[in-house]
Design a binder for this molecule. Structure first.
Ligand code: ZN
Length: 184
């Protein structure tokens, strides 16, 4: 099989990361593609979309699950590069010990209320409550938060949101779920 070079280049995953040039462009040393900050943001969103598509195909399929986990790792890798570029201080946030997500019916789309528990001593900068509208857009926005703790909690909210949606189709109402450290 012949490898199409042009295709290989456009499909470059910029695995070596991106280098900053004097004009504030970010260059991939492997394929020489140049991106501005907005371009890097879009590159992250492409991976997020692919991950979300992979997630929708997970149901009961081990291959789907593996593809989803791979695409999730790719999202984290790209976000890592983006945050490095943005110089967002990566708070070395302690990982939560447990997250409790509950759904509160507020008459419209509902709200997810989260309680986040840490191992003692509780980290000073640790977020311990979080609430978000039970709406895909709102949850997705939270999943791009600069804080790794909030992103990981948001991923769990989303997981629960999907679970509720599937359960609702079978007339089962789910109101709360607990996630433990190893799932976060
Ligand atoms: Zn590249």
């Amino acid at each position: 099989m012949k490898i199409n070079m042009a295709e290989a280049i456009t499909n470059c995953l910029h695995l070596g990361g991106l280098r900053v040039s004097p004009k504030m462009e970010f260059r991939c040393p492997a394929c020489e593609e140049r991106l501005d900050l907005e371009g890097v943001g879009q590159w992250v969103r492409v991976a997020e979309r692919e991950r979300d598509e992979a997630y929708s195909m997970v149901e009961g399929d081990e291959f789907g699950r593996i593809a989803f986990e791979e695409s999730q790792r790719e999202v984290y890798r790209r976000r890592g590069i983006l945050y490095e570029i943005q110089n967002v201080p990566q708070v070395v946030a302690a990982k939560p010990e447990m997250v409790l997500v509950s759904f509160e019916d507020d008459g419209s789309s509902g709200v997810y209320e989260c309680k986040i528990f840490y191992k003692e001593p509780r980290p000073e900068s640790g977020v311990d409550t979080l609430s978000v509208e039970a709406d895909i857009e709102a949850i997705w926005e939270l999943r791009s938060d600069p804080s790794p703790v909030i992103r990981s909690v948001a991923d769990k909210i989303w997981e629960f949101h999907e679970e509720r949606r599937v359960a609702n189709r079978e007339d089962v109402a789910l109101f709360r779920r607990t996630f433990y450290a190893k799932e976060l």
